[in-house]
Design a protein around this ligand. Sequence first.
Ligand code: OGA
Ligand code: MN
Length: 289
Amino acid sequence: MTLSLRPLHPVFAAEASGIDLRRPLGPAEIDAVVAAMDRHAVLLFRNQPMSEDQQVAFATQFGPLNPGLKQIGRQHERMSQHALIDISNLGSDGKPLARDAKKIVSGLANQLWHSDSSFQAPAVSYSMLSAVRLPSWGGETEFADLRAAWDALPQRLKDRVRGLQAEHFALHSRMTLLGDTDYTAEQQAALPPVVWPLARVHPGSGRTALFAGIHARRILGMGVAEGKMLLLDLLEHATDKAWRWRHEWQPGDLLIWDNRCTLHRGRAYDLDEPRELRRTTNDEVPRAA
Ligand code: OGA
Ligand code: MN
C-alpha cells in the first residue's frame, strides 16, 4: 500500500491516507511516513480509531516512547500503559474533573504554544495524538511551522538570534498560569532545565527552525526582562497566521507532529464536556548517515 498525501495548508501539514496504522508497518511504509513528516511536519490520518495497545504499538515503530511530565510523578493513571499520555479532562470515573484539578490546569497549559518535552534532553521527535471523545464546540489544536518562521525572520533578527541559547523548564507553562507558589522546591528540582539553541537545525529537512515556545523561560547571557521580551517577540512571529494551521478534530483522527520544527496549542472548550485524546511522544532516534 502506498501513502497518499494531500496538503492542508500552503506551507505545511498534510492529510495522509492509504495505509492502515493499526497493523505493523513495513520498512517502506515507515520510510514513507518519515519522509512525509520531514516535508510536511504535521500529518493527519482520518478514520483510524485505535485501542490504547494499537496506539502504543504504532508509535513504538518510530522510536522509544517518552512519558513527558509523568517523569515527575502523577496522581492516578487512567491509561493502561505508562507510555500513553492522557490528554483529557476526565477523572477515573470517565467524567469531567472539577475545574481546580491539577490535570485541568495541565490541559489549560497545553493551550499555550509549546513543543512537547522541549524541557528535556535528549530531544523528542514526534508526538501522536488520537481523538476518542470531543466536546460540542472548541477544543481544536493549532500548529505553527518553525522552519517557515525562521525563513521569514528579518535578517537583523536572524543575526541577533543565531548563537543565542534559551533555557527550557518543565514547569514554566504551569507557573505562567499559576504563579511560582504552587510547586515545591522538590518538584521544581525534579526535572532540571535544559538549554536549546533558538536557531536549531531540523535533522530531517536540514532547515533551521526558530525554536521558541512557552517552555523557554530565559535567554542565556541576557537580562531577564530583555530576554523575556525577545522570547515573546519571537513567539509572536513564530505563530504568525501565515504559517499556522488549525485542526478540527473528529473521533478516530490521528495527528502526528514533529516537535523539533513545530509548535502547537489546544484551544478552549467547555470544560464541563468530556474531551478525550491520547498521546504518545517519541524520543529522538539519531539517523543513520
Ligand atoms: C498535546 C497537546 C493540545 C490539545 O497533546 O501535547 O498539547 O489540543 N494537546 O489537546
Ligand atoms: Mn503538547
